[in-house]
Write a protein of this length. Structure first.
Length: 324
């Protein structure tokens, strides 16, 4: 038996331990393009996050203000709704007042989006079938993993500082003079743990958020493509699918978002735990309080997710063409 025949015989008898990667039977390694998928996702996600937050921040500001508007202390709420909140903010602080705390989110949005999409692409790479498709349960699990990762590595410290900045503006004598000064003061007075308040609630929020969004997004894309993962999806269609995915996530986890916001505010010390916070909101403000800020959050998230997926898909298409 010559050498080539022996090699052929060994190859034919070899059992591939990675059935969803048939190319490894002959190459013994991952395809060159797929090895960079995670890195492409990180870079495309980071760029996407920076662009998206600059567009949508005013609605995030209003949503946070409404959620922090607790009537227990003074007996009445400061704001009567979305328009009233926006008008009072502009009257007191000018139009730029709607962008107070933007630097915090901008510093955090880039790594947040990078971690989210990078992790999703990495998990997806190891979860697709031989055709390159994700099963429904794997779509949700990949989204869940991406959401928990971004909660731990980016969202919790970013959101904690952001909420404290916005809450600080409501006080009679604001003490934070800027991003770095604010972070320094938080760490000085509360320690490093002061930037990780509400970690449990944030993991629940981001995990459920991304599980819902990626499940809906991937399901709609799969339906549009007819099961062919190589078929391109028009970017306008991607935007519409993103808006649907965003709306689904809002109605699915706004109660968690309200609890998370309270746990990260300047008065978080009055709550013993995430569960205690939820119970106090229910006791003193009723179940409707768990859906505070739903309308501004709905408008922001639908726009946010639509823009995010459109920009992200555009950059991934570009990277796949120039980066082999």
């Amino acid at each position: 038996m010559d050498k080539s025949a022996a090699v052929s015989q060994r190859t034919s008898s070899f059992v591939n331990p990675f059935p969803h990667r048939p190319y490894m039977v002959t190459t013994g390694a991952a395809a060159a393009a797929s090895g960079a998928v995670g890195l492409k996702g990180i870079i495309a996600g980071g760029i996407t996050g920076g662009i998206e937050i600059c567009i949508t921040f005013p609605t995030e500001y209003v949503k946070t203000q409404l959620q922090l508007d607790d009537k227990k202390g003074s007996g009445q709420r400061k704001y009567n709704g979305i328009i009233d909140c926006g008008a009072k903010t502009i009257r007191s602080h000018g139009v730029l007042g709607l962008y107070r705390g933007l630097s915090v989110l901008l510093y955090g949005s880039i790594p947040k989006s990078a971690v989210r999409f990078g992790m999703f692409e990495e998990l997806k790479k190891h979860s697709v079938d031989e055709k390159g498709n994700l099963s429904p349960i794997k779509r949700m699990l990949c989204g869940l993993g991406a959401g928990v990762a971004e909660a731990v590595f980016a969202v919790t410290p970013m959101e904690t500082v952001k909420v404290k900045f916005i809450h600080d503006q409501n006080s009679a004598n604001p003490k934070f003079k800027g991003f770095f000064h604010g972070v320094r003061e938080i760490v000085r007075t509360q320690g490093f743990r002061g930037t990780y308040q509400g970690l449990t609630a944030t993991c629940l929020k981001q995990g459920s958020n991304q599980a819902i969004r990626f499940f809906v997004m991937e399901s709609l894309k799969d339906w549009y493509r007819g099961g062919d993962p190589t078929k391109p999806v028009n970017k306008f269609v991607v935007g519409m699918f993103g808006a649907v995915a965003g709306a689904a996530s809002v109605f699915g986890n706004t109660p968690i978002d309200v609890v998370k916001t309270r746990m990260q505010g300047l008065e978080a010390s009055k709550y013993k735990s995430t569960l205690d916070c939820a119970l106090q909101i229910w006791k003193h403000e009723g179940p409707r309080a768990f859906y505070k800020g739903t309308v501004p959050r709905l408008s922001r998230v639908c726009l946010d997710v639509a823009i995010t997926f459109m920009i992200y898909d555009s950059f991934m298409d570009l990277f796949n063409k120039v980066w082999k």
